[in-house]
Design a protein around this ligand. Sequence first.
Ligand SMILES: [Fe+2]
Length: 234
Amino acid sequence: MKSINIFPLTIFCAPIGFPCPENDPDKSRSQLIQQIVAMRDQSEPPTSEIAAWTGDVRGHEFLHNDPAFSPLFEAFENSVELYLQQMGLDASQLNLYFTRSWAVVAGAGERVNRHAHLQSHLSLVYYLQKPAIGGRIAFLHPSPPNEFVPGLFETKMASLFTGPRNETNSNNMIVDVNEGDVVIFPSRTEHTTESHQSTEPRISISSDIVITLKDSTKQEFLLPNLEHWKQMRT
Ligand SMILES: [Fe+2]
């Protein structure tokens, strides 16, 4: 007897540490943390007491264009290339763009609600400051392939299960990551975070990536090269 699990979702995780061209990564890292905390302190706070601060909707959504973050984004590029290799894709045929990049700061008791980045193709999260406890990321499946009765994997049906819950019989999976890890996943994947538990904030950097073809000749589905686009008069 055997079970064959097909159609897995890949969450790519690379331990990149804190890439820094200088000799003092601790100092550079704490400068980035200070810069992000200043962004938070100088912008509007979240409307909910349990919501983490997210820079994307508070005027801090283009960190990929900030020179202070360049070493990090170079490392992100390397990780995305490895992800594409692992997916068996030929990155040399593709153009990749960081389109939106922002920090998230979660204090004790704060979290990020369930969402997906539907405007983008790939997304990544990098953990600049990640206390050991709390604030783990969870990925959710709105229609798990094995859920043969709608709602079977919901929490309210948990009493029906006697065996271990795992990726074959769950609609959400927590991924435990460490400080210095970058996590890459399809942007349409719904995700959330646990409530953060530590008094030391969790500080992460998210980035959305859009992919186009270098040459769209005879290709139907990916976006064509931006050089062929024409902006409309608006
Ligand atoms: Fe997200």
